[in-house]
Ligand binder design. Structure first.
Ligand code: GLA
Length: 329
């Protein structure tokens, strides 16, 4: 049995997920495939270049499933992935989700996709040590072709938002590897909890003013940008999309302080490339990739120019893909 789980790129709504806010991610075509066969003992192998300690992701998921009394039989699982590592495209969530689907199917079990997302998130928090939100695991399971998904991370209500025709997603990887577990990611999360407590609200989602806290100002303004971005997509307002992406990047750079010189340079370089609608950093930050919305007719010219302006960039032209599931042989 083969199961595929895609990586993701987030269009807007960064670091809002663990603050009960809104996110607007897209599942991408690059993915991980887990091929499972019955075996005398558990055995995990990888045919691609897996992250150091990658077995922890799989064991973490197995532990969460056993805790939920899923009777997993012994399996040999072979993983292969087309996702670059540490590029901010959620290769870890793709690992977790593909493993989870293989375990659940082999056990003859069924679990709602949102439960699978939650237990994979729990595996990442407990086993990998990253206090992440639910966005990456959620989108790997719920992606839809040619759509972004608006998720309310408090209620977990979600809806697909069509990406207007003629817009292509161009991901530009700076090559600066980020390992979020050892970055300031967990510090940001703690700062948000402290700011919420000081403002007397349950989470920064509920903050009306920022109280002078830069972290809070980012969350409050970013949530508003996600909702405005959804409207701009519906109205096919390309100028509005670009302005919101620029404001998001600026807020992540100045108020949230999770960008880096390479991400800033990549966003600046994109402004000089043909067909740009909007550019910003995507994912956790501290390295990784930018997301560029580009006029489809100009996508190749855009990528060529960006590669020229930013030597060493790895550029992926992609589209919104469907979420994880069984892969026919
Ligand atoms: C990482 C985390 C997500 C989210 C983003 C930032 O990808 O895994 O939960 O917090 O960073 O938006």
């Amino acid at each position: 049995m083969k199961f595929r789980a895609p990586g993701r790129v987030n269009l807007i709504g960064e670091h809002t997920d663990y603050n009960d806010g809104f996110v607007l991610p897209v599942a991408i075509e690059m993915q991980t495939i887990a091929t499972a066969t019955p075996a005398p003992a558990m055995q995990f192998t990888s045919t691609s270049n897996p992250p150091a300690g990658w077995e922890a992701y799989v064991l973490g998921v197995e532990k969460q499933l056993r805790r939920r009394a899923v009777p997993i039989p012994n399996l040999a699982i072979e993983f292969s992935s087309t996702l670059p590592l540490g590029a901010g495209l959620s290769s870890s969530a793709a690992f977790e989700v593909s493993a989870a689907l293989a375990f659940i199917a082999a056990a003859g079990f069924e679990l709602p996709a949102m439960e699978v997302a939650k237990l994979c998130q729990q595996a990442e928090i407990e086993t990998v040590g990253l206090g992440c939100g639910i966005m990456d695991q959620f989108i790997s399971l719920h992606g839809r072709a040619d759509h972004a998904i608006l998720l309310d991370c408090r209620s977990l209500a979600w809806r697909p938002v069509p990406i207007p025709e003629g817009i292509t997603l161009v991901i530009a990887d700076t090559g600066v590897k980020h390992a979020l577990a050892s970055s300031e990611y967990n510090t940001r999360r703690k700062e948000c909890e402290e700011a919420a407590a000081a403002l007397g609200v349950k989470s920064l989602r509920d903050a009306i003013q920022d109280g002078g806290y830069k972290r809070a100002r980012h969350i409050v303004s970013e949530n508003a940008r996600v909702l405005a971005f959804v409207e701009a997509l519906a109205a096919n307002d390309r100028k509005g999309l670009g302005e919101l992406m620029a404001a998001s990047h600026e807020s992540l750079r100045v108020d949230y302080e999770v960008s880096c010189p390479e991400l800033d340079a990549m966003v600046a370089a994109a402004q000089q490339c043909p067909g740009l609608i909007g550019a910003r950093m995507t994912g956790g930050g501290f390295g990784g990739s930018t997301i560029n919305l580009v006029e489809t007719g100009e996508a190749s010219a855009f990528a060529a120019k960006l590669a020229q302006l930013y030597p060493g960039a790895t550029i992926h032209i992609t589209r919104a893909a469907s979420g994880a599931g069984r892969q026919n042989p």
